[in-house]
Design a protein around this ligand. Structure first.
Ligand code: DQA
Length: 145
């Protein structure tokens, strides 16, 4: 059975393509899902690709990945800057964690400069747009598990 990568997307990312395209681009979350699946498949990984606008649901997705997935790629969106619950859930996960942001959060408002999730992330990718998801898969492949 192929190893699995769980890809998690936080609030408002379901509106990608329509949401502030000057910042987040014109690609939809479905486009990003297809590209991520394709990249992972080419390296022999299966993908669970999920989105939620709810913090508790994202915590549930992380818990469900424990013992099931070898890695989590997470764009926690606004919860990056607020959520200790998501950080705590990620601390229970033993695989690789890669945090992805489409935009360069360090170039934006100061309240986006700190991410609680980064304390657990093995790698953080910001400002590469949708390519960040592909780079995250490649990082996981390099640090094989
Ligand atoms: C984001 C950056 C966050 O600050 C923001 O709240 C998002 C998206 C990004 O992908 O650039 O929703 O995580």
């Amino acid at each position: 059975m192929a190893k699995k990568i769980t890809v998690l997307n936080g609030p408002n990312l379901n509106f990608l393509g329509r949401r502030e395209p000057a910042i987040y681009g014109r690609e939809t979350l479905k486009d990003i899902e297809n590209m991520t699946r394709e990249c992972a498949r080419s390296h022999g990984f299966d993908v669970d690709f999920l989105q939620s606008n709810c913090e508790g649901e994202l915590v549930g997705f992380i818990q469900a990945a424990i013992g099931e997935s070898v890695a989590i790629i997470i764009n926690p969106a606004a919860y990056s800057h607020t959520s200790i619950a998501i950080l705590d859930a990620l601390k229970m996960f033993e695989g690789v964690v890669v945090e992805v942001h489409l935009s360069n959060i360090h170039k934006r408002e100061t309240y986006r400069h700190h991410s609680f999730v980064s304390e657990r992330a093995d790698a953080v990718i910001a400002g590469c747009g949708s390519d960040g998801y592909r780079f995250a898969v490649e990082y996981i492949v390099q640090h094989d598990l």
